[in-house]
Design a protein around this ligand. Sequence first.
Ligand SMILES: Cc1cc2nc3c(=O)[nH]c(=O)nc-3n(C[C@H](O)[C@H](O)[C@H](O)COP(=O)(O)OP(=O)(O)OC[C@H]3O[C@@H](n4cnc5c(N)ncnc54)[C@H](O)[C@@H]3O)c2cc1C
Length: 393
Amino acid sequence: MSEATEFRAEVAAWLADNCPAGARGPGQIPNGSTKITLEPDVAQWLAAMVEKGWTAPTWPKEYGGGGLSAGQAKILFEEMGEIGARSPLMGMGTSMIGPTLLEYGTEEQKQQHLPKIARGEFQWCQGYSEPNAGSDLAALKTRAIDNGDHYLITGQKIWTSGAATADWMFILVRTDPDAPKHEGISFMMLPMDQAGVTTKPIRLISGSSPFCETFLDDAVAQKSDLVGELNKGWTVGKRLLQFERSGIGGLTGGARAANPGATLVRIAKQYIGEEQGKIADPAMRRTILDMNMQRAAFQYTAQRANEENKSGIPGAATSIFKLVGAGLQRDGADLKREIMGFRGLGAHEEVGFNADELKATEEFLHLRTTTIYGGSNEIQSNIIAKRVLGLPE
Ligand SMILES: Cc1cc2nc3c(=O)[nH]c(=O)nc-3n(C[C@H](O)[C@H](O)[C@H](O)COP(=O)(O)OP(=O)(O)OC[C@H]3O[C@@H](n4cnc5c(N)ncnc54)[C@H](O)[C@@H]3O)c2cc1C
């Protein structure tokens, strides 16, 4: 038996014993927030995975990770997908600030923050966008002023996802207003529960409030929480965006509970009809085939890029995966809604829409946003033109 086969068997056996029924299929996924109560099975699943270091499987063991190779982590995610196990922990801790600290943090910062992130002790949020700094992020104006052993931060952030329940924020601030705009920016971390931080949820048409305006009024960040050098935060902030984009684009792993291609076929047979085991409408059969081939090609390309790139997540090329991956996710959701007809636009269980239909509506609405956050499609195209293809501006 090969090492990989042996590892797969061990993982499958461990998951069967340790993933409770209430942590399989759709449902609650912890994000580390101290303000959100976990269901008992979800808490048990998180604790078991923390014990193995598998909430951050490829991080070194000394920082709370599992010390797995990329190949072993892939096996873990595949086996989780086999039994419908949910991710034990998600959010900006493990996917964005954690990998950034591994590259840019001091040893002290790694020791202080990474084990807590891997244990899901805190939820993190991202203080990048401002009312006049979105695509042009380097136009940000939030100021941090040196005040002895700490900085005092004043300004406003916007679209801060999860800020209302987050415990910590990583933030880009201006520390030298006289320097050229990319050169006077620093990257810091600060606790959210302090007098200088106020969050105001932004209510959407759906009634939910996934993100906030965040007001900073002499908020305190310790000097020990400056990541990288003072005024060199643009480099750190851009690297974090590459981790964010690789997650959105599907370059980094995660449990893949459902096979989206098979789901489309199942739904089409159900809503359009079936003849001799095939989707009844040949045109729709062709459309679904095209979509599934594009998805498969994308998945193999992502796998190849990961295998070729021994040093971890690639640089500017992550923009290609973000652009194409977000587009495919959006188009897949559009197609699912099209197959379902008006039933793919249901908003309420009470008026007779089933779980598949409600999910289709939610995906149709949500997957528009993946083409915006982490940098819009147009911005990804600009980066690919400039940094990957080397085209003139
Ligand atoms: C669901 C969601 C969650 C988010 N979460 C966070 C978060 O947690 N933290 C955070 O800091 N931010 C967050 N954002 C904000 C996000 O990063 C910004 O919305 C995004 O960067 C675009 O900025 P903007 O909204 O200011 O749009 P603008 O920059 O005003 O852009 C408007 C339009 O102009 C286009 N455009 C702008 N400049 C150019 C150019 N140079 N070339 C071509 N086209 C251009 C854009 O593509 C876009 O279509 C979130 C956004 C969404 C939708």
